[in-house]
Design a binder for this molecule. Structure first.
Ligand code: XMP
Ligand code: MG
Length: 184
């Protein structure tokens, strides 16, 4: 078995990812120099990006981390649009805080839009959004993106945290998955 055969095209390799993380880190450091910032990371996909990004903010920002688990996708390669909260953010860690949601990917926008509103309802002072890859062509719900890694085509991608049915999260690049892999 060679996993590489499952990929149609590599969109971002290790170097691209490093460069993106560095650039977004620089932008966040400029804005939050010497300040406290809380990163909200929706598990599981965003954990790889968030782990790299948060270390980029040292020692300039005072970083706090909240993991949430919400699910909108199940095992399909297309969004169901339904949000389930499996692990919520504690209100005392959200209320009055400046927050950046760190997401792996924005597709329809449903998940991110829901998350922004959810955190504002819990009393966050400010909620910014940071996404590694943006499938703008798939957007159904408009959502403001404050930090964006790269625009990508409207294709199903895996790697660097992103999965298909739990697979490929450890791939150190982002690649388009061959349709025959998920249309089998
Ligand atoms: P929405 O439609 O709510 O989708 O913006 C965001 C969530 O859907 C998942 N997603 C993907 N996961 N490859 C993946 O592995 C993809 O191409 C893809 N597109 C959407 C992802 O979990 C994200 O949080
Ligand atoms: Mg997923």
């Amino acid at each position: 078995m060679n996993m590489k055969n499952d990929f149609q095209e590599v969109l971002l390799n290790r170097e691209d990812l490093k460069e993106i993380v560095r650039r977004i880190g620089r932008d966040i450091k400029e804005r939050y120099c010497g300040k406290e910032i809380t990163l909200v990371v929706p598990l599981t996909g965003a954990m790889v990006f968030a782990a790299d990004l948060m270390r980029e903010l040292y020692p300039v920002c005072d970083v706090r981390l909240i993991c949430m688990q919400i699910s909108s996708y199940g095992e399909n390669a297309c969004s169901s649009g339904e949000i389930k909260v499996l692990l919520d953010a504690p209100i005392e860690k959200v209320a009055g805080k400046k927050i950046i949601i760190v997401e792996d990917i924005v597709d329809t926008g449903a998940t991110l839009n829901w998350l922004v509103n959810h955190l504002l309802e819990k009393g966050a002072e400010e909620v910014e959004t940071c996404v590694l890859v943006d499938k703008a062509a798939a957007r159904k719900i408009p959502v403001v993106l404050d930090y964006v890694g790269r625009q990508i085509p409207n294709e199903f991608v895996v790697g660097y945290g992103l999965d298909y049915a739990g697979k490929y999260r450890h791939v150190p690049k982002i690649a388009i998955l061959k349709k025959e892999v998920y249309e089998k």
